[in-house]
Design a protein around this ligand. Structure first.
Ligand code: AMP
Length: 213
């Protein structure tokens, strides 16, 4: 099954998407992770993307569309879960055209939502493992040993764009550019909306239900 997960920054797309992908065998295509890897490796796309990401702005459509098409068309995927793409209506239109070209379809479009206070709290307390990318939260899911990943022992860090000033910008960009996707998607077959304001296991249960029903 091919799935699109969308919603505001900090709603849990990454955490829940990773869990769903490993349970179903689908590939988790997280646009933010793909971009951060490109920035780290100083690829041509990464060099173009860096300044936008640091400011909490969207990277230009042509850059992200080409990167995602590479992933979708490049490997024979046993289903994929798109997380963080599309993030505006032109990207959604580009996705449709790309899927038609590769004879693929999206079976579920899942909108995850939570109140803004919860998003700010989740983002500002978030810690990520530099080695394996696993996410923790200072208060809600702290690591056993401060600063160290439970899974691989890697160093935990706070993402540059999880600083409060950049968070405010990302939420503004979300409202202006990503929220209009709701009107674009909500009448399409396969659209589901879930409440992602609760605890991690409750949100995951709602996600599985939205996929299965
Ligand atoms: P994320 O890890 O999903 O929070 O994404 C981190 C940053 O990557 C965003 O703030 C944007 O700068 C950039 N980004 C991620 N996905 C997209 C996208 N679909 N279009 C443009 N920029 C994106």
């Amino acid at each position: 099954m091919n799935i699109v997960l969308f919603g505001p920054p900090g709603v849990g797309k990454g955490t829940q998407g990773e869990r769903l992908a490993s349970a179903t065998g689908a590939s988790h295509l997280a646009m933010g992770d793909i971009l951060r890897a490109a920035v780290r490796d100083e690829t041509e796309a990464g060099l173009k993307a860096r300044a936008y990401m640091e400011a909490g702005k969207l990277v230009p459509d042509e850059v992200v569309v080409a990167m995602i098409e590479d992933k979708i068309a490049g490997d024979a995927l046993a289903g994929f879960l798109l997380d963080g793409f599309p993030r505006n209506v032109p990207q959604a239109e580009a996705l449709e055209a790309m899927l038609a070209r590769h004879d693929m379809a999206i079976e579920r479009i899942i909108f995850m939502d939570a109140p803004e206070e919860a998003l700010i709290e989740r983002l500002s307390g978030r810690l990520i493992c530099r080695a394996c990318g696993f996410g923790f939260h200072r208060h809600y899911s702290p690591p056993r040993e401060a600063g160290r990943c439970d899974r691989c022992g890697g160093e935990l860090y706070q993402r540059e764009d999880d600083r409060e000033d950049v968070i405010a910008n990302r939420l503004r960009v979300y409202k202006e550019q990503t929220q209009p996707l709701l009107a674009y998607y909500q009448d399409k077959p396969g659209f589901r909306r879930i409440d992602a304001s609760g605890e991690m296991d409750a949100v995951y249960a709602a996600l599985v239900k939205a996929v299965e029903e």
